[in-house]
Write a protein that binds this ligand. Structure first.
Ligand SMILES: [Zn+2]
Length: 236
């Protein structure tokens, strides 16, 4: 047994020399005890604690527009910060393992305050198929799937679907963004989900127009549905 352990450790040492594991934020070599992100970067990743209060900044931004149950964003948005760097790596550099890291962090934190109590499905903001094809993946898949495994809640990408191609949001103002996405989503077989509670997961909430449109679609199309929102971060 000791021999096998030593062999394993030796093997890991060789692997680390050949293919050092790097911090996904700063690219420094990770120590054995570090996973995905180094301790230094981790110490700069700050939780918002928004979910401790029902009326928090995310809920306050979204609830006047759409009737949501709960809403929170996990991490404090800081313009030059680690959250943005990690989300950028997740979205544009195919580092899907960051989704798993976020899910583990979210689980360890949210398990204490019942955010997922009575939730039936975790679903992502769907990408248009064309965009998903370009990127090769939905950046929330690993996050949602791992979160679902941790909380034993099904993660489903087949319920809320993208209907029409929306133009890029970046050059539009809040009202234009809202109009642009308001008819962009549809539900597959809404009769199957009557009375269910959905948590929509998203990476960054900016104006909130996209996620509001998702929530609205669910509430309009599925009888007695409930919607909550979990974002990685929100821009103020
Ligand atoms: Zn680092």
């Amino acid at each position: 047994m000791v021999f096998i352990k030593r062999l394993k450790r030796g093997y890991n040492d060789v692997l680390n020399i050949l293919y050092p594991r790097l911090c996904l934020s700063c690219s420094n070599v990770l120590h054995d005890v570090e996973h995905y992100v180094c301790h230094q970067c981790l110490s700069n990743l700050h939780l918002t604690n928004f979910d401790l209060e029902k009326t928090n900044p995310v809920y306050n931004r979204l609830s006047p527009i759409v009737n949501i149950e709960k809403a929170t964003a996990l991490f404090v948005f800081d313009k030059s910060g680690i959250v943005q760097e990690l989300i950028h790596q997740l979205k544009y550099n195919n580092h899907q393992e960051i989704g798993k890291f976020f899910a583990k962090t979210a689980h360890d934190y949210l398990i204490e305050n019942n955010f997922f109590k009575d939730v039936d499905y975790i679903i992502p903001v769907p990408l248009h198929p064309k965009k998903q094809q370009q990127r090769g993946y939905n950046q929330m898949t690993e996050f949602g799937r791992n979160l679902g495994n941790f909380f034993s809640i099904p993660y489903n990408e087949g319920i809320l679907l993208r209907e029409t191609y929306t133009e890029s949001q970046t050059k539009k103002n809040a009202l234009q963004r809202r109009e642009n996405v308001s008819s962009a989503f549809k539900i597959d077989k809404p009769e199957k989900y009557v009375g269910k509670h959905f948590v929509i997961v998203d990476d960054v909430i900016t104006t909130g127009a996209t996620i509001e449109a998702c929530a609205e679609t669910i509430l309009n199309k599925i009888s007695d549905a409930k919607v909550s929102i979990l974002a990685l971060t929100m821009v103020f």
